[in-house]
Structure formats: C-alpha cells, structure tokens
Design a protein around this ligand. Structure first.
Ligand code: PMP
Ligand code: GLU
Length: 393
C-alpha cells in the first residue's frame, strides 16, 4: 500500500491535536490549565441557536446549492457593502464549511505543482500544509527584527516567476498583530507589479482592541479587488467554531474555481447552519463588543503575568485572543530544552499547563498562550509557567 506523496508531505494540525489532548486530559480528571484554546470560551449566543432550531423545524435539512443558500449569499453581499463599502455580485460569493475550507479551496484553485505561495511568519499552522497538499511550495518570510509586522524588503525579495499568492492574516494568529496601512500598501504594490493574488484571512477582523477598526487591503487600494480573495467566517466572531461555516468573496474566476472544488468535495455547508449564520451576521454590535471587552481585560492580565517571568517578554496583542510571549531569554539558559515543542511537552507533563509551541507557527522561542479562557485559568496557568521557569535547573 502506498500513501500519496502529497499526503506524506503534510502533518496533522498541531493546534487541533494539542487542544484535543488538553481536553482529553481534563476529561480524565487531570487538573490541566489550558492556554491552548483556539476558540472563544463563550457559548454560541441564544438567538443564533434558536435560529438554527427554527431552520430545522422549517425543513431546511436537505442539500442546498453548493455555493450557499441564496439568502445567506445576499446577506454576505450586503455585509461587505455595509462594512467595507465593497460590492460583489452573487457569483463572487461562496459559503463553505469553515474559513479553513475556503482557504483550502482557494489554494487548490490558484496553485499548480511547483507554484509558490508567500506566507509571512509567524503564520497560522494550516497555511503551509494546505499549500503542500496542492503540490505547491510555501515560501516563508521572516518578520522584521523589531516586531511582528511585515518585512517589506523580505517580501519583495521572496517573489519569483513561480509566485502566485501572498497570504495575509491580520489580526494574526498566533501573534495578535494587526498589519499597518503601510504594510497593506506595500503588499498591494507588489501584488499588482507581479500579477499576484492576495488571500486575506480576515477571520479575527472583529476581535480588535483599543477601539481600532479592521482595514482591508481592498479598501486601501480598490484595484486590489480584482486580485484579492477575502476569507472570513462566523467561528470566532460569534463563538460558532463547531458549526463549521465560513465564506469568501473575490474575483469571479477564482470564486468559480473554489465553487468547483467544493462541488466535487463536500458540497454545501450544513443547510440549517447557513440560516443560523444569517441570524448571526444580523446580530446587534453589542454581541461582539461584549466579548471583546472581556477579551481585552484578559489580554492585559496575561501580558502582565507573562512579562513578569524572568527570561520572558510579551508584546500586547492588537487583536485575536492570543498572546505570543518570547521565551528566548529562558531558552538560551535552558540548554537541554532544544525547542518549544519540547518546552510545551515539559509544561504539560510537569505543570499540567497546555500551550502551543511557537515552532508550529514558524516562530522558534515563542509560545502561543490563549486568553479565550477564564481569568482564574489565566492566573493559575501563568503561575505554573512561572514556577517551571524559576525552578528550572
Ligand atoms: N484562519 C485562522 C487564522 C484561524 O485561526 C482559524 C481557526 N480555526 C481559521 C482560519 C479557520 O476557522 P474556521 O474554519 O473555524 O472558520
Ligand atoms: N484556529 C484555531 C487555532 O489556531 C483552531 C484550531 C485549528 O483549526 O487548527 O487554534
């Protein structure tokens, strides 16, 4: 029996497997403090759950058009018009089983074997592996030395005649960093000059702090609308990770390709979930604002606690529910801990605290600590990490 080279080239998602492991240990009665979560710790709001029940009762339980039910496609077109001032035709929208499937469909549509996709590090774990599943080549560029923004020179130098795609993710999982206007302008300039497509993963666009507002590359440079796929979903904004509902808008030919990939793989996203998504997208702003206020308090606390540990430094994330402290100072001294995979294993084994290793995001020396959990878990989790670092011999 022979497993394909494409599948041999990829690994299981480290975020999914670590989160599953932390949950299993907790279920088995272990006193695990999990700072690993990649999802809000709030339940899906009641009005959205009720809309799903109503849709089921109304008989929306059969196959739907693969690209999404018409009222949801219309709601999405209105959403982009209202929020970003962008108008898309009905054939420029596709609804999928999560933003993750939108990303997968987009890469499948744009990459041939040997095509290159530029991915700025630190990056979300699934981008490189999804590119590999197309036979494509992930080209990782490093952040500037002074932070988590975009290194414009590194980006320009990474472009070759095989480059097809640049991936953007702002606010970023795992760093929480928000790209600046000048970062977006630099990407737009290069994409237009080299005829590249931008895949913009906007899944954390509503989880931004300090009253800042998300800005899209297509708003800054309207010509980018012809070469940008905007990807989003209801998972993070409305605490709906398990419902599996994402969406994309973009140029007609690309969306047509993404629809074909979906026709021939999963078909439509769950039909009654699509009706619940219409309700979610129509939620009053307080629904998200309330969640952001809670995340904001936790964000400040986790950064304060991490920064107080010797050998650890932690920037304040501008968005998401992740803080991304550097343990480089500690690891320089702890010579027998070779990488953050090993460090996070030790933290789980010895202190029963779950984090995600920075190495999984192309960022050695860092740990991703999620604050999508209660203040008590944040405080106890940070205290255990501190004890581990201070007691380390
Ligand atoms: N992009 C990023 C950056 C993410 O963190 C996630 C989280 N799962 C996704 C995409 C996928 O989200 P979903 O498939 O749940 O919509
Ligand atoms: N995106 C979340 C995370 O990074 C969920 C897990 C996943 O889909 O990989 O933790």
């Amino acid at each position: 029996m022979q497993i394909s080279c494409r599948v041999q080239a990829v690994k299981p998602s480290p975020t999914l497997s670590l989160q599953a492991r932390a949950k299993a240990l907790k279920a088995a009665g272990e006193p695990v403090m999990s700072l690993a979560a990649g999802e809000p710790d709030f339940p899906t709001p009641e009005h959205i759950r009720a809309a799903a029940v109503r849709a089921m009762e109304a008989g929306h339980t059969g196959y739907a058009p693969s690209a999404g039910v018409p009222p949801l496609r219309e709601a999405l077109r209105n959403l982009y018009e209202r929020e970003l001032g962008l108008s898309y035709g009905d054939d420029q929208v596709v609804v999928s089983c999560g933003a993750k499937q939108c990303l997968f469909n987009a890469f499948q549509t744009l990459l041939d074997p040997g095509s290159e996709a530029i991915i700025p590090a630190p990056y979300w774990v699934s981008y490189p592996d999804q590119v590999l599943l197309c036979g494509g080549v992930p080209v990782i560029i490093q952040p500037p030395a002074d932070g988590f923004g975009l290194d414009h020179k590194a980006l320009a130098e990474a472009i070759t005649d095989r480059t097809r795609v640049i991936v953007l993710n702002s606010p970023c999982n795992p760093t929480g960093a928000v790209l600046s206007g000048s970062d977006l302008d630099a990407v737009a300039r290069l994409a237009r000059a080299h005829d590249l497509v931008v895949i913009s993963d906007d899944i954390y666009d509503k989880l931004i702090f300090d009253q800042k507002k998300f800005e899209s590359i297509v708003q800054r440079d309207p010509e980018m609308k012809d070469r940008t796929v905007l990807i989003n979903g209801v998972s993070k904004t409305y605490a709906m990770t398990g419902w599996r509902l994402g969406y994309a808008v973009g140029p007609r030919e690309i969306i047509a390709g993404m629809r074909k990939v979906q026709d021939q793989s999963t078909s439509n996203a769950v039909t009654f979930v699509q009706y619940a998504a219409i309700e979610a997208l129509a939620s009053p702003p307080e629904v998200v604002e309330k969640m952001v206020r809670v995340f904001d308090r936790r964000r400040r606390k986790i950064v304060e606690l991490m920064s107080a540990i010797e050998g650890v430094s932690c920037a304040l994330p501008g968005g998401t529910f992740y803080a991304f402290p550097s343990f480089a100072g500690f690891m320089n001294k702890a010579k027998d801990i070779p990488d953050t995979l090993n460090l996070s294993e030790l933290l789980l084994d010895k202190e029963r605290v779950a984090v995600i290793p920075g190495d999984a995001f192309g960022a050695p020396g860092y740990l991703r600590t999620s604050f999508a959990t209660s203040m008590d878990v944040i405080e106890e989790g940070a205290a255990r990490i501190r004890r581990f670092v201070e007691d380390y011999r």
